[in-house]
Design a protein around this ligand. Structure first.
Ligand code: COA
Length: 256
């Protein structure tokens, strides 16, 4: 378990709250591990009908901890991040996300595995994998074009363009954009509570039918992405980009 993920079960809803405010909720291996364990356990627990993943009323997550990327670059199938991604990919119970402020990297790609996504209208979603010398992860190279079409997915993944919560809702990456702050967290809780009052067998079957075939391809994609990602983490470009972030300077990429 991790002190940086608060886990609360109330009225059929399991809420996972990212709680590392001094690092903008950057995700460590311990945090991925705690979330994977909680989501997997929820699948076997009849008392839990829906899972909410949220940050605070001002920050969802700045993505993977950049220091971890540099010092302990793990993304193989035994790594906590892989367990987390597999857990959200195969979760049978509805996953609901509440996003305020930044949702960087896996902060955005994890939303592709959720069933309902509530965002602040001024939330900042971004997948700067290429900018960091890396490549898409979490099955996003399959899920994003499937959801948005090739051109929009390419713009977000190749250029690492940031988009607002308002825009994310317009293009189908989120369900509802709301005023920033507690309204977003409340909307996710309200939806989860509504789901918890529905017939659980029907909810489970409906999610299964909607996602039929998707999880398998997403996982295969994730495996392929993971192999490239791990290799790229050791590349000179990625090390320069990540070190530059830590040193708070602009990266300088050597010519090929
Ligand atoms: N990993 C580790 N530390 C991080 C982090 C991350 N992903 N994101 C932010 N932090 C740390 C900063 O280093 C800073 O630490 P310090 O106070 O010890 O210097 C602190 O969190 C606050 O971050 P800061 O950048 O000052 O906040 P901001 O409000 O100006 O910007 C973000 C917020 C999220 C937009 C910005 O921090 C950011 O772009 N983070 C990097 C995201 C990233 O590249 N993630 C990996 C994606 S694959």
């Amino acid at each position: 378990m991790s002190e940086h993920v608060l886990i609360e079960h109330s009225g059929g809803v399991l809420t996972l709250t990212l709680n590392r405010p001094d690092k903008k909720n950057a995700l460590t291996q311990a945090m991925y591990g705690a979330m994977a364990e909680a989501i997997n356990a929820a699948q076997q627990d009849n008392q839990i009908r829906a899972v909410v993943i949220q940050g605070s009323d001002s920050c969802f997550t700045s993505g993977n901890d950049v220091g971890d990327f540099v010092n302990s670059p793990r993304s193989d199938t035994k790594s906590p991040v892989y367990h987390f991604l597999r857990a959200i990919c195969h979760a049978e119970k509805p996953l609901i996300a509440a996003v305020n402020g930044p949702a960087v990297g896996v902060g955005t790609t994890m939303l592709l595995h959720c069933d309902l996504v509530f965002v602040a209208d001024n939330a900042r979603l971004k997948m700067p994998f290429v900018n960091l010398g890396l490549c898409p992860e979490a099955g996003s190279s399959f899920l994003l074009p499937r959801l948005l079409g090739h051109l929009r997915a390419a713009e977000l993944l190749l250029l690492g363009e940031e988009l607002s919560g308002q825009r994310a809702t317009e293009i189908g990456l989120a369900n509802h954009a709301l005023p920033a702050g507690s309204a977003v967290l409340q909307a996710a809780q309200d939806a989860a509570r509504r789901i918890s009052e529905l017939p659980p067998g029907s909810v489970k079957l409906t999610k299964q039918l909607i996602k039929k075939g998707v999880a398998q391809v997403a996982e295969q994609t994730m495996d392929a992405e993971g192999a490239h990602f791990t290799e790229l983490l050791g590349s000179a470009d990625a090390r320069e980009a990540l070190t530059a972030f830590i040193e708070k300077r602009k990266p300088v990429f050597a010519s090929q």
